[in-house]
Write a protein that binds this ligand. Structure first.
Ligand code: AMP
Length: 363
C-alpha cells in the first residue's frame, strides 16, 4: 500500500513548481495533459512558465510568506532548476509539503565537490579532482592532475559558465580570480571520445525507467544538439543503466534525472554531472518516445506509475539560441521539424529560446 506521502494524486490535484523557465513551462504542459493543474513560484513577474500555469506566486525563493502560500496551493512540489536554495526546500518540507526530488539530490547537485564525493560513494566513476579553496592550492593540484586541467566554481556554474582551463603552469596563478575567486574544484581533463547522457526516472515506489542514450554536442560549453537514440554497444548501455540506477538508489530519488557522461576511448563511462530535474539532453523524448521526460517527471512527482521510455523514432534535437529562433516560420514549414518555443520575450545572444526536434526516421 502506498503511504500518504507517495499515494497517487488524483486528476484535478495541483503540482507546485519552483522556477518559471522553459523546463517549468514544458512540465506544466505535460501535467495539463494528465489533468493536473500547476502553480509556480518564481521571482520573475513574466516568466515562460507563468503564461501556461493556473497561478504564479511571484516572490523570492527565500520569502517565507511566498513559500507558505505556494505550499498551501500545492499537493506535491518539484523544481525545474537545481539552484533553488536548499533552505527553501527544507522550509517547504517543514510546512508539510511533499517535495520530489528530495533534499539529498539537491545537496549533491549544488556543489561539484559533494557531487563527485557522492558519486564515488555509490561506486560511480568520475574524473580525478581536487577541491580548491585558495589560489595557492592550484599548483600542487596541477602536479597531481596534470595539464590541462579545468577549474570550475563549486556552486552555481551552468552552461560552461564559471569555468577556466589551466593549460600550463603560467595559467595557474590567475585562474581562481578569473572565475570569481569563490571555492572551486579542479578537474583532470577527461579524454573523451564522445559525450552522452542518460535520462532516467524513479517512481515513488522505487520503480525505475531509463531512456535510450543521447549523444551530445556542445559549443562554448552550451548544448548545441543531441542525437538519439545514440548508437551504443551492449556494454555501454549496461554501464549507463547501472550508473543511473546506482545514483537514483543512492539519492532515494523520485523524479526524472539527467546524468551527463563522458565516454573514454576504452568504452568506460565517467559521470560529468547530474541534474536532479528534466534535462536539455532529454528534449528529444518529446517527439521520440512513448512518454516524454516531462510527463515522466510529473508522473513520478504525482506518485503515478512511470510511463514507457520506448523510443519510437530517431531524433536530432537542436537548440535554438538567440536570433536562431527568428527562423521559426521556416522551421514550422518543414515537415520533419517539430518546433518548441519557450515564449521568452527577449532574444539575447546565446539564450535558449526554443529547440527543434528533427525527425530522422524509425528506430
Ligand atoms: P559542465 O558545466 O561541467 O557540464 O561542463 C560543460 C562542458 O565542458 C562539458 O559538456 C564538456 O564538454 C566540458 N568539460 C567539462 N568538464 C570536463 C573535463 N573534466 N574534461 C574535459 N571536458 C570537460
Amino acid at each position: 500500500m502506498p503511504d500518504a506521502a507517495s499515494s497517487p494524486l488524483a486528476p484535478g490535484s495541483t503540482i507546485g513548481i519552483l522556477g518559471g523557465g522553459q523546463l517549468g513551462r514544458m512540465l506544466a504542459l505535460a501535467a495539463a495533459r494528465l489533468g493536473l493543474d500547476v502553480v509556480i513560484l518564481t521571482p520573475d513577474e513574466d516568466s515562460p512558465a507563468s503564461r501556461v500555469v493556473k497561478q504564479t506566486f511571484v516572490g523570492a525563493y527565500d520569502d517565507p510568506a511566498a513559500l507558505a502560500d505556494f505550499a498551501r496551493a500545492s499537493d506535491a512540489i518539484t523544481y525545474e532548476f537545481e539552484n533553488v536554495p536548499a533552505a527553501a526546500v527544507e522550509a517547504l518540507i517543514g510546512l508539510g509539503a511533499r517535495v520530489a526530488p528530495g533534499p539529498k539530490a539537491l545537496a549533491a547537485a549544488q556543489d561539484r565537490v559533494a557531487e563527485k564525493q557522492f558519486l564515488a560513494s555509490v561506486g560511480v566513476a568520475t574524473v580525478d579532482f581536487a577541491p580548491i579553496e585558495t589560489a595557492d592550492e592550484i599548483p600542487e593540484a596541477c602536479r597531481t592532475l596534470g595539464h590541462p586541467a579545468l577549474l570550475k566554481t563549486r556552486r552555481e556554474g551552468y552552461d560552461g559558465k564559471g569555468q577556466i582551463w589551466i593549460e600550463k603552469q603560467a595559467d595557474e596563478a590567475g585562474a581562481l580570480a578569473a572565475i570569481g575567486g569563490k571555492p572551486a574544484i579542479l578537474e583532470a581533463r577527461a579524454r573523451f571520445t564522445r559525450e552522452l547522457s542518460v535520462i532516467a526516472a524513479r517512481g515513488a515506489d522505487g520503480e525505475i525507467a531509463i531512456y535510450p542514450l543521447g549523444e551530445n554536442h556542445h559549443e562554448g560549453g552550451v548544448l548545441r544538439r543531441t542525437t538519439a537514440p545514440a548508437s551504443a554497444d551492449k556494454a555501454t548501455l549496461e554501464q549507463a543503466e547501472r550508473i543511473a540506477a546506482q545514483i537514483m538508489a543512492g539519492l532515494d530519488y523520485v523524479g526524472v534525472i539527467g546524468v551527463e557522461l563522458f565516454q573514454l576511448e576504452d568504452g568506460q563511462l565517467l559521470v560529468n554531472e547530474i541534474a536532479p530535474r528534466v534535462h536539455n539532453t532529454g528534449h528529444w523524448t518529446q517527439d521520440g518516445c512513448a512518454v516524454d521526460q516531462f510527463e515522466q517527471h510529473i508522473r513520478a512527482v504525482a506518485g503515478w506509475p512511470l510511463g514507457s521510455t520506448l523510443a519510437l523514432a530517431r531524433v536530432e534535437m537542436i537548440n535554438l539560441l538567440g536570433e536562431e529562433a527568428a527562423g521559426w516560420a521556416k522551421l514550422a514549414a518543414d515537415p520533419d521539424a517539430r518546433v518548441h518555443l519557450y515564449g521568452k520575450r527577449e532574444m539575447i545572444p546565446g539564450r535558449k529560446m526554443g529547440h527543434v526536434n528533427r525527425m530522422r526516421g524509425p528506430v
